[in-house]
Design a protein around this ligand. Structure first.
Ligand SMILES: Nc1ncnc2c1ncn2[C@@H]1O[C@H](COP(=O)(O)OP(=O)(O)O)[C@@H](O)[C@H]1O
Ligand SMILES: [Mg+2]
Length: 253
C-alpha cells in the first residue's frame, strides 16, 4: 500500500479578493519505506505540497491519502520539518528535541532520556544542555531533524532541510539522513531545489513546473544503495542529472 498519495490536487491561496493558483492537477505517491524527492524552481508550490500532505492545508480539488485514508485537510501525525525550522531559542537542545514526546504525553524525564539516547546517533552527544545559539548551523539542523524524528510517524516530510548549509556540511548531513532513513525504515518526501541532492538521496524524483505547479517528469533513480559519494562522478549519475536539467530547462524556456 502506498503510504502517501496525492491525487489530482488543485490548490490556491486566497488573499483578500486575490486568488493565486499554486498547484494544477498534481498527483504523486510515496510508497512504504520509499525515499521520494520533489525538485522544482522556487515558488513552484513545493512547500505547498508538503503542507497538503501534513493536512495543514485543504486542497480546492483532489485527494490526499495517508495509509489509504483520506485526510481532508486535517492535521496529521507526520514528521514534518518545515522550511524555516526554528528551534526555540530559549530551550536547550534536549528540550527542543523532546517537544514532540511531551506533546505525545511522555513525562519530562522520560522524554529527556529518550532524546539523550539518540544524541550520539545524531552526532550531538554532550550538547544536550546547549542553547541553539551555542550550536553550529549543522548542529542546529541535526537538532531540528532529531526533533522531527521524535514524532512517531512512518512518514517524514522534509522541506529543504539542508538548504542553508555549506557544501561539506550539507553532504555529511545527506549521508547521515540516509543512515537514519535506513535505520528507521520511514517513508520520506523531501523537497529540494538541488538536482544533485535529489539524485543522491532519492529512489524516485518528481520534477515540478513553475507555478501553477504540475508534475513535469517522474524519474526513477536506480543507483545502488547504500549510496556513496563517489556515485556523483559515475556516468549513471551524470545521465540522471542531464535528464533532470533538461526537464527543468524546458520549464524555464
Ligand atoms: N500562505 C500563503 N498565502 C499566499 N500565498 C502563498 C502562501 N504560501 C505560499 N504562497 C505563494 O504560493 C506560491 C508557492 O509557494 P511555495 O509552495 O512556498 O513554493 P516553493 O516551496 O516551491 O518555493 C508562491 O508564489 C508563494 O508566494
Ligand atoms: Mg518552499
Amino acid at each position: 500500500m502506498k503510504r502517501l498519495i496525492l491525487q489530482d490536487i488543485h490548490s490556491s491561496y486566497y488573499t483578500g479578493s486575490q486568488v493565486l493558483p499554486v498547484l494544477d492537477g498534481v498527483s504523486l505517491q510515496v510508497g512504504a519505506g520509499e525515499f521520494v524527492s520533489v525538485l522544482g524552481p522556487s515558488g513552484s508550490g513545493k512547500s505547498t505540497i508538503l503542507k497538503l500532505a501534513a493536512g495543514l492545508l485543504k486542497p480546492d480539488r483532489g485527494q490526499v491519502l495517508i495509509d489509504g485514508e483520506e485526510i481532508g485537510g486535517h492535521p496529521q501525525l507526520v514528521s514534518f520539518m518545515p522550511q524555516q525550522d526554528l528551534l526555540f531559542p530559549w530551550k536547550t537542545l534536549q528540550d527542543n528535541a523532546a517537544l514532540p514526546l511531551l506533546a505525545a504525553g511522555l513525562s519530562h524525564r522520560a522524554a529527556r532520556n529518550r532524546v539523550k539516547e539518540l544524541l550520539p546517533v545524531f552526532g550531538l552527544e554532550g550538547f544536550a544542555g546547549y542553547y541553539p545559539h551555542q550550536l553550529s548551523g549543522g548542529m542546529r539542523q541535526r537538532a531540528a531533524l532529531l526533533r522531527t524524528i521524535m514524532v512517531e510517524s512512518n512518514l517524514m516530510l522534509l522541506d529543504e532541510p539542508f538548504a542553508a548549509l555549506d557544501a561539506l556540511t550539507r553532504e555529511s548531513l545527506q549521508d547521515w539522513l540516509l543512515k537514519i532513513w535506513s535505520r528507521y525504515q520511514r517513508s520520506v518526501l523531501l523537497v529540494t531545489h538541488s538536482i544533485d541532492e535529489a539524485i543522491y538521496l532519492a529512489d524516485r524524483i518528481y520534477v515540478i513546473s513553475e507555478r501553477p505547479g504540475r508534475i513535469r517528469l517522474e524519474q526513477r533513480i536506480d543507483l545502488e544503495r547504500p549510496r556513496r559519494r563517489s556515485l556523483v562522478t559515475t556516468p549513471e549519475f551524470s545521465l540522471y542529472k542531464k535528464i533532470l536539467i533538461e526537464a527543468l530547462e524546458t520549464e524555464r524556456a
